[in-house]
Design a protein around this ligand. Structure first.
Ligand code: MOS
Length: 688
């Protein structure tokens, strides 16, 4: 069936509400008698709280209470140790919350927090990651359930005997998610029932976690995340704000809002862990890889094992008979790292795609052709056939549109101008979800699912999927998303939202259509309903290797006087199944590439070894790209017809845009200057 609805550049349904300010976010829900909370972060990197003096804080105007580990409600032990807030006096890292002030106004709470006196017994700390850190080990699994280490053939020997070799180290610093809307929650109790409005990528999971922590039945907790101002992974799991708001509301008997101050975020909402890479590529003179070795060392905190799976893409990208990938992780006295857009792939493909460029230079070969020569027939690691793989088409189409053939570096005054290319990939992930679809007597249809719209347009695309499955005009479909009392659904993460929710919506609508087909006479007053649950379908193991692919092309100008790198052109071509909404999809690709531009040129965080803290903790010091930094970004895609995905034939698109962008820019800097920089970001102090 050819649809005019799915694929169309439909506008976001909540767009007007958002740009006119009537869309309400978590901190803007103001129940009567609502009060505010402000946290107190630890000022040592490791140690124990010995005393909290709250007397001065309690004398501040408006202060209602100060929660500490001594008086805070006792929680059940969480699976996620970062949520065990105010439960004991241990300080696992600097910035860990050691008290919470609740007051009538935001200003009162902040002033109260400044007056809390905390004493510590500090201990020696270690926050410095090195490739040879003695505490580093190979865990059982890297993130995502991938084995931490794989080996095929004899990679060391094959590398040693290969005609052309690249052996290079790359460094990606810690990176911070920094969504526009900070993590924020408004919590209120009605007897033993808890209602929270929170900024989350998935409120079904928040509901489950809160029910566990506060020992409540799941249906005693309602979690609403109607509008969410971005997350980039940091809102994929509940964060301390929602737990603290619920504790404070319980303690005070008042609705409580806690919006995390931005400077507190890097310590408590996760970050992309730094990754130290060693990549070895061995090749024949014709460019064919014989050996590929990608080794990654990263850090985690003392309370949580989190291993950024940065060597995983090397298992999928290129044909190499001898292949080794390994992750090592060092537990340090650092904040717990967590998910950040394309966790694993973003830093991993920076290293791998930079090394491929180095290999092309060593061979004297075009880097586009080098990648094409190494196109595998089946997935190198698993041996599975690809459900669809159009990387070569993306590279060729991008090269044509970018005019890659005429890429000679040039000079313009103090500027050196060059171009670079890199590949992109992101796995196809999908999770079980449930949905309902209803036909109403007034001729409209109502789709209900606890999907989350974090700014991506998911309400809109789900309405498109429903209209398509029902065979009705888009205007007749209404959607309800973003509440835990709707049919439960997976989170907006892993670029899996649209596929997972869309699958359930499609199935509910297909069932409803069948019910309507056999129904005679007018609809009953409350309409007709159908439900779907994709458990057992959506999470089934596939015999296919399923990934989206893409190609990035970048043109940069490097100022030889100041060391400043400016991106002049970015062009991406992606192959991600059927694109379901051309407008919102383009925004996702552009957004990912913009974040990749930041990763390449401006974003980076450093651990202060003495203080044990990130020195860049606000947007004045952690530089995300602004409009003036973002050149025209061109995005194209190759529509794929892949029957092995889901009923819509779609692959995820939320993350692939950031994958490979930084490598394309770094490779362009090398093309422009002849110098290879192997540490991000490419700030003027490095590029000289
Ligand atoms: Mo994304 S880091 O899976 O929210």
């Amino acid at each position: 069936m050819v649809s005019t609805v799915v694929g169309a550049p439909v506008e976001r349904r909540e767009g007007l509400e958002k740009v006119t300010g009537s869309a309400r976010y978590a901190a803007e829900h103001a129940p009567p008698r609502r009060v505010w909370a402000w946290p107190v972060p630890a000022t040592v990197a490791r140690g124990t709280v010995t005393a909290v003096d709250t007397a001065a804080a309690m004398e501040q105007p408006g202060v209602l209470t100060v929660l500490t580990h001594r008086n805070a409600p006792r929680l059940a032990e969480p699976d996620d140790a970062t949520l065990a807030v105010l439960q004991n006096p241990r300080v696992p890292h600097r910035g860990w919350f050691v008290a919470l002030v609740v007051a009538e106004t935001l200003e009162d709470a902040r002033a109260g927090a400044a007056a809390v006196q905390v004493s510590y017994e500090p201990e020696e700390h270690d926050v410095s990651l090195t490739m040879t850190h003695p505490g580093a080990y190979v865990p059982e699994e890297a993130n995502g359930g991938y084995p931490a280490a794989t080996e095929q053939g004899d990679p060391e020997r094959a590398f040693a005997s290969s005609a052309v070799q690249v052996d290079a180290d790359y460094r990606v610093p810690p990176l911070h998610n920094h969504p526009m809307e900070p993590h924020a929650s408004t919590a209120q109790w009605d007897g033993d029932r808890l209602l929270v409005h929170t900024s989350s990528q998935g409120s079904t999971a928040v509901q489950t976690v809160l029910a566990g922590l506060f020992r409540l039945p799941e249906d005693g907790v309602t979690v609403v995340a109607e509008h969410v101002g971005g997350g980039f992974g940091s809102k994929g799991t509940p964060r301390p704000d929602v737990v603290l708001a619920a504790m404070a509301a319980r303690q005070t008997g008042r609705p409580v809002t806690l919006a995390l101050p931005r400077r507190h975020m890097p310590a408590v909402v996760g970050h992309r862990a730094p990754t130290l890479h060693r990549v070895r590529l061995g090749a024949e003179p014709d460019g064919r890889l014989t050996s590929l070795i990608h080794e990654v060392t990263t850090h985690t905190s003392r309370i949580k094992e989190f291993t950024e799976q940065a060597a995983v893409p090397a298992r999928t990208m290129y044909a190499a008979a001898h292949l080794r990938t390994v992750h090592r992780v060092a537990p340090l006295d650092v904040p717990s790292p967590s998910w950040m857009r394309a966790p694993g792939e973003a830093p991993g493909m920076y290293a791998l795609e930079s090394a491929m460029d180095e290999l092309a230079c060593a061979l004297g070969m075009d880097p586009v052709e080098l990648r094409i020569v190494n196109e595998p027939e089946t997935e190198p690691h698993s041996g599975k056939p690809f459900s669809s793989r159009h990387l070569v088409e993306c590279l060729r189409e991008g090269a044509r549109r970018f005019d890659w053939a005429h890429r000679a570096p040039r000079t313009a005054g103090p500027l050196r101008i060059g171009t670079g290319v890199a590949a992109a990939m992101y796995p196809v992930l999908v999770q079980p979800s449930t949905a309902s679809a209803g036909a109403c007597p007034d001729g409209t249809f109502l789709v209900r699912i606890n999907a989350t719209d974090i700014g991506t347009g998911s309400r809109t695309v789900l309405a498109q999927i429903a209209a398509d499955a029902l065979g009705v005009p888009l205007e007749r479909v209404r959607t309800e998303v973003g509440r835990s009392d709707l049919p439960s659904a997976s989170l907006a993460g892993g670029s899996s939202g649209t596929a997972s929710w869309g699958w359930a919506v499609h199935e509910a609508c297909t069932r409803l259509t069948a019910r309507l087909a056999t129904h005679t006479g007018p609809l009953p007053p409350d309409g007709l309903d159908a439900h779907a649950d994709t458990a057992g379908q959506a999470d089934a193991d596939s015999p296919w290797a399923r990934h989206a692919f893409g190609a990035h092309f970048a043109e940069v100008a490097v100022d030889t006087v100041t060391g400043e790198v400016r991106a002049r052109r970015l062009l991406g071509v992606f192959a991600a199944g059927h694109i379901l909404n051309a407008r919102t999809a383009r925004s996702q690709f552009v957004g990912g590439m913009t974040m990749g531009l930041g990763m390449a040129l401006t974003e980076g965080s450093t651990m202060d070894a003495a203080f044990g803290d990130f020195t860049q903790s606000d947007l004045a010091s952690y530089h995300v790209p602004a409009h003036a930094d973002v050149p025209d970004i061109e995005v194209h895609w190759i529509d794929e017809d892949d029957p092995h995905l889901n009923p819509m034939g779609s692959k995820g698109i939320g993350e692939i845009g950031i994958v490979g962008t930084a490598a394309a820019i770094g490779n362009a800097v090398h093309h422009a200057t002849g110098t290879r920089y192997r540490e991000l970001p490419l700030t003027p102090d490095r590029v000289r």
